[in-house]
Ligand binder design. Structure first.
Ligand code: MG
Length: 355
């Protein structure tokens, strides 16, 4: 084709007609651009598939979370700190940074309900805290990762009506989005599974299921979400439920892993929606050998997890040093010892999922 184009061009030059010369050059440039454009269109067909496009709608099969093809899936990411305390990290850029730089496939929005560190939560400022959570959910949907909507409360059974109203609102708005996972009671304390947590959970789950029939629901267990064995002996009768197992590696060790094994053997699925590398207070020393033992345990049993936490509070479980940028863009020098353990682990486990 090029030979004929040049042939015509040379002929027009010989004919000494400048208008035709200009026209031929314009044609040449156009042909060239057209070729480039169709090339880039071909590349666009191979665009990156997001994590949620890859795994799709999650469900529970036996004691595992499975993807849209029925294959076990493990989600690994970070929990944000209490929304009323470190709400500055509840923004699109921060979630995007956690996906792109840390390779998180999930984030957890921990909506503070009662007062914490002297700051009121959702019960006093419902719209303020709701808006923060919505921002994180919308970001996760846009970025194609999963998001836990966590009722971050130690006394949720006393705040049941508010929880039901909130989760009905979330289910109505997002029940058709595979990204969204409900967590209805962060950490019940030393109360009764049978008389307190189970009846609360039944009512909240029933309200969600009237609107959203299938998205995963994480159910809190007693003793700060450690008694998964007790819950598994008297489970709830709904589809796609997982029970939360929380640990702080320097305090909770093989004894707690034994409780988790008992629950798995009873046939329920577990989700470590929150864990720390530190002591149970969220502060103190980091037991790196125990952290490693827990990672091995979770991988072996295909248990998904979120680490506590993305926040810059001056305590050892915080992933960020005081003053770290609210919008991500963190250098390693902005990240704490615990944060670096998690950043490296998440990257190591998840990086291939983004190919
Ligand atoms: Mg649904």
């Amino acid at each position: 084709m090029w030979q004929s184009v040049f042939g015509i061009l040379i002929q027009t030059i010989k004919m000494k007609k400048p208008f035709w010369i200009l026209l031929m050059f314009a044609l040449l440039i156009n042909i060239n651009c057209g070729t480039t454009e169709s090339g880039s269109n071909d590349n666009e067909v191979e665009k990156t598939v997001s994590i949620v496009e890859k795994f799709g709608k999650l469900s529970v099969s036996g004691n595992k979370i499975v993807d849209q093809n029925g294959e076990p899936v493990v989600l690994r990411g970070m929990s944000l700190f209490w929304s009323q305390i470190k709400g500055k990290y509840y923004n699109y850029d921060c979630v995007k940074w956690l996906r792109d730089d840390w390779k998180c496939t999930i984030v957890r929005a921990a909506m503070g309900i009662e007062q914490a560190d002297g700051l009121d939560g959702y019960l006093v400022n419902p719209q303020t805290e709701y808006d923060k959570v919505i921002t994180v959910i919308d970001a996760a949907i846009d970025l194609g990762i999963y998001v836990i909507v966590d009722w971050h409360d130690h006394h949720a059974h006393n705040n049941k009506e508010e929880a039901i109203e909130f989760f009905k609102r979330i289910a109505t708005k997002y029940g058709d989005k595979p990204n969204v996972i409900y967590e209805i009671y962060n950490e019940p304390m030393q109360i009764s599974w049978k008389d307190d947590v189970k009846p609360y959970s039944e009512e909240v789950i029933k309200a969600i299921r009237e609107i959203d029939h299938d998205n995963l629901i994480i159910v809190g267990t007693t003793t700060w979400s450690q008694d998964v064995d007790i819950a598994s002996n008297d489970p709830l009768n709904f589809n796609n439920l997982v029970y939360s197992l929380h640990f702080y590696a320097s305090s909770h060790k093989q004894d707690l892993r034994d409780k988790a094994v008992a629950a798995l053997n009873n046939g329920v699925a577990l989700f470590v929606s929150e864990f720390g590398t530190t002591e149970y207070t969220g502060d103190g020393f980091i037991d790196e050998a125990e952290v490693e033992a827990w990672f091995k345990f979770m991988e072996a049993n295909k248990i998904s997890w979120c680490n506590w936490s993305i926040g810059d509070k001056d305590e050892s479980s915080a992933a960020l040093k005081p003053g770290a940028n609210a919008k991500g863009v963190w250098k390693d020098s902005d990240i704490t010892k615990s944060g670096m353990i998690l950043k490296n682990k998440i990257y190591e486990f998840n990086k291939e999922l983004f190919n």
